[in-house]
Design a binder for this molecule. Sequence first.
Ligand code: ADP
Ligand code: NG1
Length: 467
Amino acid sequence: MSSKMDQDQDKPAVYSLAEVTASQVDRYRNITSRHKERYGKFPDFLARAPGRVNIIGEHIDYSGYSVLPMAIQQDIVMAVSTNNSGEINLTNTSSKYSDFTTSIKDFKINSTKPSWYNYFLCGVKGILEFSKLSDPVGLDVTVDGTVPPSAGLSSSSAMVCCAALSLMHANKLAISKMELADICMRCEWYIGTQGGGMDQAICFLAKEGYAKLVDFRPLRATDVKLPTGFVFVIANTCVEMNKAATAHFNVRVVECRLATQIIAKAKGLNWREIRSFGELHKKLGLSLQEMLAVVEEILHQHPYEKKEVCQILGVTDEELNKESLSANTLDVEQFKLYNRSKHVFSEAERVESLRHGNITEGSTLGRILFDGHHSGSVLYECSCKELDELVEICRNAGAIGSRLTGAGWGGCTISIVPETLADSFLAEVRSKYFEVDPKRLERVDQNLFVTQPGNGAHLVEDNFAEF
Ligand code: ADP
Ligand code: NG1
């Protein structure tokens, strides 16, 4: 692993059209002409933000633990021009997402079943709050996305990060990639999802050819060279799970918080001040293995009823709601604190074993992926029957490691496959998972593919009238 953190202090790259790869040219031309049709003018610039796939370290970023994602080729691209009317006008190349207009200085973000444009507004709000801009320019924007939505490949964060980058550039603000990652990390909280920052970090800090070991508090990203002789394959179950429209995600965040606070209280700490396993861990000064032993010592295996949690912490129902729960978890009555804690500490340990071990060893990484899936499925219960089935299909097709990736409850698997088996692996997964269902087969090319570590977010500025 080599550390190239200095580059993260740089601003996002700005390319000219001559520097754009041949594969991007047709798409960019199409977005540019859609923009001209809709707004009667060419864009001033394009902003591009990639999706990501997480190799290992699932559901631990919001507990403060390190993760190992890489950017993928699929992305969100926005064609942007400015207006003097103080409006945000949004149009999308997909007819699934209808046009939207609002004032740039006065808008609301809807967090219950959020429509697509709310993700754009999250990015705008983040930059406005950071920069304290009092008179931002209006934006006319055409959005085009290739990240499969609600599939654990971070389409929502690519939207948020791309919007933030667009507003930054339109207002000639100079913000480093590291600062952008840090700002955008909090942006999706506006929509109600209490995520941990992995997606936004890799979106801005990714570097072609490398995965990144991302550490939090403070944010750091270290280049990681992946094992040679293997390919990484993404397969989508085609089951969509929208994080912000369901409580699954925040229930897990809250379960981690309650387990943290119960352990903190048992250890004589001020539990109200400690909100994540990472903070607790630091205060106790223990190793991850020792934290696993603390879980055994303090938490019982059967689920905790809400009133039991209140009794242990010595608070009323209302106080617990205010101190520890989120708006969409107030009605949850049972919390599986033991299992969730076991997942978090063992998953964090899997990431650490790679930091200190030999990540270029394919078989080690493979075993870690299978172990991670088992833990996510059994202890964290963020899998689903299609994900479990797909992991088994991938294992039987020759993967030396495979697991759910991203938030889960649907979405994608990532598998590590010996290069020599890549073609037969793809053929077998296609036949066993996609060909059995005409709906899956219809979009197999977008949902079953080899991926390489891609680049982070960037801008393209040129004379688009001559494009
Ligand atoms: P993910 O795991 O992909 O981040 P989420 O369910 O959190 O999934 O977010 C998906 C949402 O992001 C979509 O429902 C949509 O509102 C928004 N989104 C994703 N891709 C696009 C796109 N190309 N254009 C507009 N909005 C998009
Ligand atoms: P996706 O897969 O994009 O829904 C979510 C969180 C991440 C992380 C993963 C699980 C957001 C924006 N993203 O990602 O921070 O917690 O789940 O590892 O909340």
